[in-house]
Design a protein around this ligand. Structure first.
Ligand code: ZN
Length: 225
């Protein structure tokens, strides 16, 4: 048993709870560097650049950015920020087969292949659709209010009292596009890691705490690298 930092790659349909579980993992493991490609893209969309405009358009229409852009984003984030003794949590990538292969090579280069948990938070397409059409964002502080458990009844933000509104990209057509994309492309990523016997499948339609304890249990079983 070495002291290599553990890394996480969270895969799953939009609304599966990747962000929530990433937060819990960060709390649990402490020194975990969080990388969200979704957040990075929303940031780029604010820029008054050609790419910024394109990304904004794509986010609003539920389309997708230039393929290699996502790879570039998480790769440079790791390159410029990840400390040697620090684990990372990658949320929302890889989404394409080529990206998965690039990640795999990069992990090998970093000697983190064995210490990286590739986790699929598995929820059905129907569950994803319900969660996405009903979740909201706080107008005041930007908190994302998921459509799970007690949050379903929330009327104002529990942190700042702000007004809750639907997220701009959470319109049904955009959601349908994102879910189609998952079935078409991300499924190839899943197949790729499954074939290599590296995919950890977690039942994502359970309560948040149960999903998290299932993840920890799987990590415990595998942390003999
Ligand atoms: Zn708020």
């Amino acid at each position: 048993m070495t002291h290599k930092p553990i890394n996480f790659v969270l895969i799953g349909r939009s609304g599966c709870g990747k962000g929530t579980q990433a937060k819990l993992l960060q709390e649990h493991f402490g020194n975990l560097f969080y990388i969200s490609t979704g957040k990075a893209f929303r940031k780029i969309a604010e820029y008054d650049t050609q790419v910024g405009h394109k990304i904004k358009e794509l986010l609003n229409g539920g389309g997708l950015p230039f393929d290699d852009l996502a790879t570039m984003l998480w790769m440079s984030d790791i390159t410029y920020n990840l400390k040697e003794d620090q684990g990372f949590c990658l949320d929302g990538a890889p989404r394409r087969l080529e990206e998965a292969k690039a990640l795999d090579s990069f992990l090998e280069y970093l000697e983190r292949k064995e210490s990286t948990m590739i986790i699929l938070l598995d929820i059905s397409r129907k569950e994803a659709f319900d969660r996405l059409t009903k979740r909201r964002i706080c107008k005041g502080c930007g908190a994302l209010i998921p459509w799970v458990g007690d949050y379903k009844n929330m009327e104002v933000c529990d942190k700042c009292g702000g007004i809750l509104e639907e997220r701009a990209d959470d319109v049904p057509q955009a959601i349908k596009n994102r879910l189609d994309y998952f079935d078409k492309d991300v499924s190839k990523v899943i197949k790729y890691f499954k074939k290599k016997k590296r995919l950890i499948v977690i039942k994502g339609e359970q309560p948040i705490e149960k999903v998290f304890s299932d993840i920890l249990e799987e990590v415990r079983k595998r942390s003999d690298f």
